[in-house]
Design a protein around this ligand. Structure first.
Ligand SMILES: NC(=O)C1=CN([C@@H]2O[C@H](COP(=O)(O)OP(=O)(O)OC[C@H]3O[C@@H](n4cnc5c(N)ncnc54)[C@H](OP(=O)(O)O)[C@@H]3O)[C@@H](O)[C@H]2O)C=CC1
Ligand SMILES: CC(C)CCC[C@@H](C)[C@H]1CC[C@H]2C3=C(CC[C@]12C)[C@@]1(C)CCC(=O)[C@@H](C)[C@@H]1CC3
Length: 291
């Protein structure tokens, strides 16, 4: 909570007229999500925006061999833009008996949205739910038969693809009630997540190479400010005008200009419906276990 309080103070310094409240929430814990949602419902009557940004990539491993192979292939740009085929992770089980990446990146958020539906779906008004997804969300990493990615080595990619599917399902279910869901990709940003892949001093050393690569992909946004471009862009749009089947990417040009670009997602609407059904079943199961 110390860092949250520091962020609150910084916001109040830059925007003294605003009201900023903090609330403790561990999206990786079912009890914590339910407790925090209860607290939100006590404090507020409605929500206009819900940003689902929390996410983890535990124990990332870079496949050096695949990286060098990719470097000299025709897929090199796509490899730098998405990290496809060169990153794996080691997941673990939480005390709720769920896979940590699945619950932190997807299921905890799903449960939070379910709990907050009464505040998000209100007559005559619109609300926006925005997921921080990733260009690393690959259909090949996801399976409806293995939602939690117990049998694979790319739980991060699987969970992000699942968030894309879930966003599509939420739109189909709730647009008529005024709730709209979108997914964004911030691009490659230097944060604790990327410092888990390679140490921060190494990223600093290769920064000139990163700026050079940015000329070819525009996906190397590199700073949190640049990565937030799509969030800001979405905030300025009318939610009814957005395309549910599109992911909004923050991009930074070689000259350092930020812009947002929509990319059609590789999504099958039946699959998104099937995922929603499976998440509902799991929700019933975990709620029963808590009672
Ligand atoms: N960095 C990148 O290149 C990219 C990142 N993303 C996504 O952006 C999002 C933010 O990640 P990023 O800033 O890069 O990484 P960081 O590791 O720097 O930040 C992760 C954030 O998620 C929060 N978080 C993690 N676990 C939990 C949890 N169990 N409960 C509540 N909050 C939690 C952290 O909170 P706290 O500070 O309290 O620990 C922190 O605010 C993630 O969803 C990530 O997948 C997507 C594409 C690229
Ligand atoms: C540029 C250097 C000389 C070598 C860096 C190689 C890799 C460590 C990176 C190349 C593409 C990167 C990437 C990600 C992580 C680091 C790389 C694999 C992500 C998967 C990080 C998390 C995301 O959500 C994606 C959007 C990133 C895609 C690109």
């Amino acid at each position: 909570m110390q860092r949250a309080e520091a962020a609150r103070q910084a916001l109040l310094t830059s925007h003294p007229e605003s009201e900023v409240a903090v609330l403790k929430l561990d999206v990786g814990s079912i009890r914590s999500v339910l407790h925090a949602a209860q607290e939100v419902k006590l404090r507020y009557n409605r929500l206009d925006y819900l940003y689902l940004n929390a996410g983890i990539m535990p124990n990332p491993q870079l496949d050096i061999k695949a990286f060098f192979k990719g470097l000299f292939s025709s897929n090199v740009i796509s490899m730098f833009a998405t990290g496809e085929g060169i990153l794996t992770q080691k997941d673990k089980t939480t005390s709720d008996g769920l896979q940590e990446v699945f619950v932190t990146n997807l299921f905890g958020h799903y449960l939070l949205v379910r709990e907050l539906e009464p505040l998000l779906c209100q007559p005559e008004k619109t609300s926006q739910v925005i997921w921080t997804s990733s260009s690393n969300a690959h259909r090949s990493a996801f399976s409806l038969e293995d939602l939690q990615h117990l049998r694979g080595t790319e739980p991060y990619s699987s969970s992000k693809y699942a968030s894309d599917l879930l966003s599509v399902a939420l739109n189909r279910k709730h647009n008529q009630q005024g709730m709209y869901s979108s997914v964004i990709c911030p691009g490659l940003v230097m944060t604790n997540l990327t410092y888990g892949i390679l140490p921060s001093f190494f990223w600093t050393l290769i920064m000139p190479i990163m700026w050079l690569i940015r000329v070819f992909t525009n996906t190397f946004t590199l700073t949190p400010y640049n990565g937030a471009e799509a969030l800001f862009w979405l905030f300025m749009q009318k939610p009814e005008s957005l395309d549910a089947l599109v992911k909004y990417h923050s991009l930074t040009s070689g000259l350092g200009n930020n812009y947002t670009q929509p990319h059609k997602m590789d999504i099958d609407e039946d699959m998104s419906e099937a995922l929603y059904k499976k998440l509902q079943d799991l929700e019933d199961e975990v709620r029963q276990r808590l009672n």
